[in-house]
Write a protein that binds this ligand. Sequence first.
Ligand code: SF4
Length: 444
Amino acid sequence: MRSDFDKRAERLPLKVVDSVRTASANKVQGRFQAIASVFAEYDSARRQAAATKEYVLDNLADLLVELEASCLKNGVQVHWAEDAEQANRLILGIVSRAAPSALVVKGKSMATEEIGLNERLIQEGHQVVETDLGEFVVQLDDDVPSHIVTPIIHKDRTDVKRTFESHGLSPRSDEPEELAAVARARLREEFRRADVGISGVNFAVASSGRLVIVENEGNNRLSTTAPRVHIAVMGLEKVLPCDTDLALFLRLLAASSTGQRLTVYTHLVCGPRRPDEPDGPEEVHLVLLDNGRSKILNGALREILKCLRCGACLNVCPVYRQASGHTYRHTYSGPLGAVLAPGLDGVHSHGALAFASTLCGACQEVCPVDIPIPELLLKIRAEVGATPAAPWPVWAWFAQRSARWRMALKALPMVEPLARPWTEHREWPEPSGVDFRRWWDQRP
Ligand code: SF4
């Protein structure tokens, strides 16, 4: 997995930075308006959500056992996966039993990104088609998502049109409606032929066994109902105690992630097709994925397991907006990723991400379940110990005396080769406008 991210983060053109910055700013605005229109008392809604999530973490083992019992009663087959390897093996077994060379249609699922499921299924001779529009483009581009909610936040519509053209999809224009129509026409046929549908899970209700999936495109509905077999993959922490909790969490998630009052579709999967139902899958499987979550639950980063994957902390983060998701070299990016990645994989593999933060606190402020992300980042920093090498002492030496500073500015073009490790991943910024000092000296 890491090599994919390395490949994508090789160079970060300014156009990508612009796309991410513009889209993030729009999302921040959308969230702000949605929260104002949905919640009369947002602070108390947020406190209630955080308390429910605290209860979930305190009682996670019992709630998961209850969820399993409810799912079994509904006819859902439940599988427990300790790590990515076990999850992939389990899913591979189900898919291979459905068809030796199965066609698998997939809804958007960060848990399956986390375990590298697509690569594994393809290696074993199955065909996998991502059906979320953004994920579809990511797959055509042989790319990886750069945002947990908006996988192609780093692209604009001209990029998407170019991708479609290079795969013979020939849209007439780069209008979003046209691009969506072209993707829809292509994907309809895949849904019709698919043997297996794979989805993520936004919430799973312990008392009723309902698997809740939210989306805006309808592709999840087709992925979970058209094929004969549906496999839902869920991180352990997504469980909620009761159906009544959904009233709050569905609104919080929609407002925080996409600036909506509710997402366009909310699916409540209650098991396979009943004898009196005209359609739906014959088998529904739920894969409960640990993959490091139990370790997080019992450690200092426990609170990150309250995360709803809304993406609000990414959109507001000054570092994410400048760096984009690929730079984090992990499935989870932004402030969430800077805590969850070291939590899942160990601070020694991704602990440096905790230093990619200004600790401004914006992430906690927008988090719908009030996760103290800056505090968690400080805990990771303390565990990692050393501060990564930074150029600030050198900068400070020059900045303390105006003669030194003038000399440094003159020497700047010669320094570019020394900055190669930095410019390998970014474009060297061109100075814009006139020299400030000259302007200052010459002003009337
Ligand atoms: S940490 Fe909070 S703001 Fe960030 S994705 Fe998770 S729930 Fe959303």
